[in-house]
Write a protein that binds this ligand. Structure first.
Ligand code: PMP
Length: 457
């Protein structure tokens, strides 16, 4: 077996890690962490250290690690048929079955699913289909896409532009001109502290209206949003936000893309965020929870309204000029079928709902009164704790203090619990697997309280 120091050296010399400080890592200032195995809610590294993964990888291993049913489905598929493409009407039992299983679970207005590999490529597909749609309808000017600051939709050219985090734009010449941003419904970070939630929602809606007015509704094709803001801080929307936004979009004939890469397949305790908030989306983006990350697979679920126009487009222009070698890859599809079955058979979405509520309540009980805790929020199996220097006047810590990063590092070093320091602000994010037990939720909360005491007193 290779020694750990050998692997670390090869890693530094050869491996270009995503979302990593390249220079620091190459110099060996950040650690190489080699994860070896995993089971349930725990992962284990090569040194035999077991860690409670309270972020389920990147909030994707929803059914938990080590599920033999999915591993066997992948193995069986690989042995029988590792690959065939899905161009010109080809498919496999797994890909066709999975498309039906998805549509059986999706909101009633949905009609077809296009398969990709990642959340990013699914959102790229969405934008292309929306442009195609408006071209077929004879409105070539209606192309711009509105997304929200702090939204996360991927890191491709258009999707990195949709992502409303400056780090994803800086020095990449993004955002592209077709993408414009509006405010996220992040009540805790509102500018006017005297605003009620209701007033804040009205303010977000007015800002959107003004943006549409300024740019012209005939230039705006779609609005994209995560039902619950994820990477931007794990922020459930205030009551009334989605119905009010949807009403504005309908008025201006602007499509709604619900990016459910995180929320799809149960993270909020409902099958989709669209069900959870009563949204009528035109496209739903899915990825992570579709296979619980046992294999890379994503999808764009397309409404009947869009589908009718896309069909018409191909009657006029020939086959759709969009497709990838690995669209509907049989191994991913087999993983998806087994994963969705497991969610049902083990009632994991119900568990996400009840244990998620318990986690959120316990976190509030343990930390709600701490002088540096500004906000504790969550929905389903999502929870976030936001830290401030002074909770009375909501004064944030200086970014250079890196309080969020210190907290997550302490949580890991003291109690081997993994929470994510969210990329903007001092926010600890929790998104455990749906199979989390109450005892594990207790460990997460007690360890977090201990890390907070160590770092902040
Ligand atoms: N949309 C959302 C809401 C996401 O959270 C993510 C990934 N975190 C993506 C899209 C992009 O997915 P991927 O990293 O698979 O490209």
């Amino acid at each position: 077996m290779l020694r750990n120091d050998q692997l670390a050296q090869w890693d530094r010399e050869n491996f270009f890690h995503p979302s990593t400080h390249l220079a620091q890592h190459a110099r060996g200032e950040t650690q190489t962490r080699v994860i070896k195995s995993a089971s349930g809610s725990y992962i284990e590294d090569r040194e035999g250290r077991k860690m409670l993964d309270a972020f389920a990888g990147l909030y994707c291993v929803n059914v938990g690690y080590g599920r033999q049913e999915i591993a066997e489905a992948i193995g069986d598929q690989a042995k029988e048929l590792a690959y065939y493409h899905s161009y010109v009407g080809h498919g496999t039992e797994a890909s066709i079955t999975l498309s039906k299983m998805i549509l059986d679970r999706a909101p009633a207005n949905m009609s077809k699913v296009y398969f990709g590999l990642s959340g990013s490529d699914a959102n790229e597909t969405n934008i292309k289909l929306i442009w195609y749609y408006n071209n077929i309808l004879g409105r070539p000017e209606k192309k711009r896409i509105i997304s929200r600051w702090r939204g996360y939709h991927g890191s491709g050219l258009v999707t990195g532009s949709l992502t409303g985090l400056k780090l994803f734009h800086k020095k990449f010449d993004l955002p592209v001109e077709q993408v414009i941003h509006t405010q996220a419904p992040y009540y805790f970070r509102r500018d006017d502290l005297n605003q009620s939630e209701e007033e804040f929602v009205a303010h977000c809606v007015a800002e959107l209206e003004a943006l549409i007015e300024r740019e012209g509704a005939d230039t705006i094709a779609a609005f994209i949003g995560e039902p619950v803001l994820g990477t931007g801080g794990i922020v459930p929307p205030p009551a009334g936000y989605w119905p009010a936004i949807q009403a504005v979009l309908k008025k201006h004939d602007i499509l709604l893309v619900a990016d459910e890469v995180v929320t799809g397949f149960g993270r909020l305790g409902s099958m989709f965020g669209a069900d959870h908030y009563g949204l009528e989306a035109d496209i739903i983006t899915i990825a992570k929870g579709l296979t619980s990350a046992y294999a890379p697979l994503s999808g764009s679920i397309i409404s009947e309204k869009l589908w009718k126009v896309l069909e018409q487009g191909t009657d006029e222009n020939g086959p759709i000029g969009h497709g990838w070698t690995y669209s509907a890859h049989p191994i991913g599809a087999a993983a998806g079928v087994a994963n969705l079955k497991l969610l049902d058979d083990l009632k994991l979405i119900q568990n996400a709902s009840s244990v998620g509520a318990y986690l959120n309540t316990s976190m509030k009980e343990a930390l709600g009164d701490h002088a540096n805790v500004g906000d504790i929020r969550g929905e389903g199996m999502l929870c976030a704790v936001e830290f401030v220097e002074d909770r009375q006047d909501r004064k944030f810590f200086e970014a250079s203090q890196k309080i969020g990063a210190q907290l997550s590092a302490t949580l890991l070093s003291q109690d081997s619990v993994i929470a994510r320091a969210m990329p903007q602000g001092d926010i600890l994010g929790f998104a455990p697997p749906f199979c989390l037990g109450r005892e594990e939720a207790d460990i997460i909360v007690a360890s977090t309280a201990r890390a907070v005491k160590t770092v902040l007193g």
